[in-house]
Design a protein around this ligand. Sequence first.
Ligand code: NAD
Length: 378
Amino acid sequence: MPSAEPASPPAPAGVIPVAASRHSYAVHVGRGLLATLGALMRGLPQAGEGGRCALVTDDRVQALHAGAALESLRGAGFSPALLAVPAGEASKSLHRVEELCEGMAAAGLDRGSLVVALGGGVVGDLAGFAAAVFGRGIPVVQVPTTVMAQVDSSVGGKTGVNLRAGKNLVGAFHPPALVVADVETLRTLPPREWNEGWAEAAKHGVIADRALLNDLARLARSDDDAVAAMVARNVRIKASVVAADEFERAGRRELLNFGHTLGHALETAAGYGTFLHGEAVAVGMMAAARLSRRLAGLPVDDEAALEELLLRLGLPVRFPAGVSTDALIEAMRRDKKFRAGRLRFVLTPRLGEALVSDDVDEEAARAAIGELRAAPIE
Ligand SMILES: NC(=O)c1ccc[n+]([C@@H]2O[C@H](COP(=O)([O-])OP(=O)(O)OC[C@H]3O[C@@H](n4cnc5c(N)ncnc54)[C@H](O)[C@@H]3O)[C@@H](O)[C@H]2O)c1
C-alpha cells in the first residue's frame, strides 16, 4: 500500500531575538508554527504553573485559525478562554478593552495568566493593551496573521486603542513575551489585504535595506519558504530599529514613519476604509520620494524604481482625483508631527537610507501632491 506523504515538519525561517528594556523576546517565523504555539509558550519563564490564558481574536480569524491555536494550547496543558471581537478597526476601542478584561476575569485569569493575540494589527493592538492593563500587566503572546502584523506591528511593543478624537490616542508600551508568525496563516488573506501588507516591507527596504526591494519584487505568494524568509528579514529590520530607540525618543524609530505623514492624511481625507492603510502608505511613500528628490538629492532612477516595485505589489502610487490637495493638507495639519507650519518629515537620500528633515513646509508638500496626481515620473 502506498504510504501517505509525511506532513512536512514545521520550518522556522528564523528565530529573531528582540531586545527590550524590561525583557527580551523571540520572534519565531516559519511554516506550520501555529501547531507549536502551546509548546513554545510552555518554554516561557512567564508561563508559570497555572495554565489559564485568553485567546483573543476577531470573528473572521476565529473561523479560520482559532481551532488550530486552541488545539495547540490545550495540547501543551493550557486551558484557553476564547474571546472574540468583531473584525475591523472599530474594535480598537476602550469599550472592547473593558469587555475583554471582564471576559478575562470571568474566565479566572489572574496575574499568572497570559493573553494570546491571534489576528492582524487590530487584535494585536487591542489584546496587547488589554494585557498591559489587566492585573496591572500580564504577558501577551502575539500571533500575527496578516502580512502587515507579521512584518511590522507584532514587533516593537506598541499597543493601544482609538478615541473619537483620533487613532491610537490611548495606549501603552507592552512588549510581547513571544511572537509566533506562521506564514501559512497568510494563505487565507484576500488578495487586497495580502498586497497592502507589503507596503510596510517596502518601507523597511527604503529606510534600511535596498537589496530587500529587489527580492520583494520577485516574491511569489505560493512560495511559503520565500515568504517566511522575507517576513524574517523585515522583523530583523524592525527589531534593530526598535532596539535602538524603543520609546521613540532618539529619532531612530521615527524613520519608520517614512511615507506615513501623507499616507495618514490620505487615509483620513478619503474617509476611513476607502484606502487600506498599506495602500495609503504606498501613495504617501511616492510623495515622500518626490520630496526626497527635491530636498535630499534622491536620484530620479531611485524614485522610478520605488514606483515600479509598488505597482508590481499591486499598490496605488498616485493621489486620486476625488481627494483635493486642500483636504490632504488640512488632514496633514492636524497630524501631531506638524508643528508651527513645519513638519518633521522622513526623507530618503538614496534607497536604503533615511533621514529626518525639518525642511518640508506646506508649499513643498502641496507641490509634491500636485505632481503626483497623474503624471509619469520625469
Ligand atoms: N502596534 C504597532 O506598532 C502598529 C504598527 C502598524 C499598524 N498598527 C495597527 O494595525 C492595525 C491594522 O492591522 P491590519 O492591517 O493587520 O488589519 P486588521 O487587523 O484589521 O486585519 C485586516 C482584516 O483581515 C482579516 N484577517 C486577519 N488575518 C487573516 C487571515 N489570516 N486570513 C483572512 N483574513 C484575515 C481581519 O479579520 C480583518 O478583517 C491598525 O489599527 C494600525 O493602527 C499597529
